[in-house]
Design a protein around this ligand. Structure first.
Ligand code: UN1
Length: 510
């Protein structure tokens, strides 16, 4: 099936007021960019980027839609999200393939992303009946005090190329049931997956006689991100991407005292102790380090191994890496697809060079692949580098399948090595020893937002709150009570008595 058939199946021909695309040349005032697949280098289509005037038009549509959307009850909004989940079930194959082809992740992972969208829709539907506030005992007689949660208004979502659709859906499904309308700026590297999502949701809105402005998409570069960050019309900016981008968004939003949810870089480590079951650890390490070609924010980047297991594990990993099949992600026999583009390949090469200069030794991999199968120029070998803690490069996140292998002697050392980086997203320990596992999970253990025992660093479920500490940005998305980030809390006190007692026992007699 060609990409054009996929796009046709998704009915992506209709113009959108809010996007600027080569499929609809009437809109979008900015530069035209050509999107090609990292899988085979072939052109998918052209997109005309949005400019400030397009952005303003989108905000007008979102503002018009908000009073209509917030007037629906939360369970009615949940019903719309339920219908979206149903549409996604029908389109799972098409959308999954499009994600895989446009982004370069394996087909299974493309389907996995759509599954994550379906799951978060289900979660949000249930949540739409559970946006609970607390009832608090008042200190004053005949008073009732309680909290309620109201929508914020317009939620801006900035997402990254590596999860072209799932991360948006975590944000938007929650934001919608909470009563917000959304403006989405997807990565300009993966606009077609985003257009497909909008097209699918548009069907649901039309069927229910609701304005399309409940969900808006705007494809543009960082100038559009800056407009969103500085715009007081946008109550919350939820941004996923690099720490550099997140700092800039955070600064701009903070200047106007707006809200942010930030999900930024990770530099995730796995500790393999002397009590680890290596048969379990090895597939977890390999999937964590090479899955999505190392382009997840949760990818395993550092492997800290107890000295007693070090040589055996190194040998087994090198052996496992030699069996990895690299190639077209749409071919389900392949484990690893390409990097997103040739800039990412250059980063991969530069990082390896720097690591070597700093004393790293390549155990396996290190090369860019050439030949007929790899004509997009985006395929690289997953790489393991023996490293040591003094190497500066291990503190950086490189979005590529590069794993630093390090040796440790005591668990205390391993934990401090793990925590000694600016990022704090995901972490894992492999051990069958209860004391080691609990120490790792304790307040003196991992400083990350995600801490796993006997599973890898990546592949979090949607039911948990997702995000991390330090330069990862501190935001939480997806499950648990992350919905609270998309609403404003109101504390209400009602006096149903005949007196006017004041708090703190103050008497104010006139
Ligand atoms: C990301 O890379 O931005 O836990 C998100 C995981 C996925 C989400 C990753 N569920 O690896």
């Amino acid at each position: 099936m060609t990409i054009h058939t996929l796009l046709n199946n998704l009915n992506i021909q209709e113009p959108f007021y809010s996007i600027s695309t080569g499929l609809n040349e009437q809109v979008g005032q900015g530069e035209k960019i050509v999107i090609s697949s990292p899988a085979d280098g072939k052109t998918i289509g052209e997109v005309r980027l949005a400019e400030a005037s397009d952005y303003n038009a989108v905000i007008v549509k979102a503002k018009e839609a908000f009073p209509i959307w917030r007037t629906l009850t939360a369970p009615q909004r949940g019903e719309i999200v339920r219908q979206y989940g149903e549409e996604l079930r029908k389109e799972k194959e098409n959308l999954g393939k499009l994600v895989s082809y446009e982004m370069g992740k394996s087909l299974q992972e493309g389907y996995g992303e759509v599954q994550e969208m379906i799951d978060i829709c289900d979660f949000a539907v249930g949540l739409s009946r559970q946006l609970y506030g607390l009832q608090i005992h008042s200190e004053r007689p005949n008073h009732r005090m309680f909290e309620q949660w109201h929508p914020l208004g317009i939620v801006g979502i900035i997402s990254a190329f590596n999860f072209p659709v799932a991360v948006w859906s975590w944000n938007t499904a929650l934001a919608w049931v909470c009563g917000n309308v959304c403006v989405w700026k997807p990565s300009e590297k993966t606009p077609f997956s985003a257009i497909a999502c909008q097209e699918i949701f548009k069907r649901v809105l039309e069927r229910n006689d609701l304005p399309e402005g409940v969900s808006n998409i705007i494809i543009g570069d960082s100038s559009i991100g800056n407009l969103m960050a500085s715009d007081t019309n946008i109550s919350l900016v939820s941004a996923t991407g690099s720490t550099r981008m997140g700092k800039s968004v955070a600064e701009t939003v903070a200047k106007r005292l707006g809200k942010t949810i930030l999900e930024l870089g990770g530099n995730n480590a796995m500790i393999v102790t002397e009590h680890a079951d290596l048969t379990q650890a090895i597939p977890a390490i390999v999937f964590g380090a090479v899955g999505t070609a190392g382009q997840r924010c949760t990818s395993t980047r550092r492997l800290l191994v107890h000295e007693s297991q070090y040589e055996t594990l190194k040998e087994k990993l090198v052996d496992a890496y030699r069996q990895i099949r690299i190639g077209n992600p749409l071919d389900e026999n392949n484990h690893v697809g390409p990097l997103i583009d040739t800039d990412a390949v250059t980063n991969y090469q530069n990082t390896i060079k720097t690591a070597q200069e700093q004393g790293g030794y390549i155990c396996v991999g290190g090369q860019v692949l050439e030949g007929a199968m790899y004509q997009s120029g985006c395929y690289v070998e997953p790489t393991i580098i023996e490293a040591h803690s003094a190497m500066e490069i291990v503190k950086h996140e490189t979005f590529a399948p590069i794993l630093y292998l390090m040796k440790y002697q005591t668990l205390e050392d391993a934990i401090s090595l793990q925590n000694d980086v600016p990022q704090g997203l995901s972490s894992a320990i492999f051990t069958l020893n209860m004391r080691e596992a609990e120490t790792f999970l304790s307040a003196t253990g991992s400083d990350c937002g995600i801490a796993n025992v006997n599973i890898g660093t990546s592949g979090a479920e949607i039911g948990g709150a997702f995000g991390g500490e330090k330069e990862t940005g501190g935001g939480r998305e997806s499950g648990s009570d992350a919905w609270k980030g998309y609403m404003r809390r109101q504390t209400c006190t009602v006096n149903y008595g005949t007196e006017l007692p004041l708090a703190q026992g103050i008497k104010f007699n006139l």
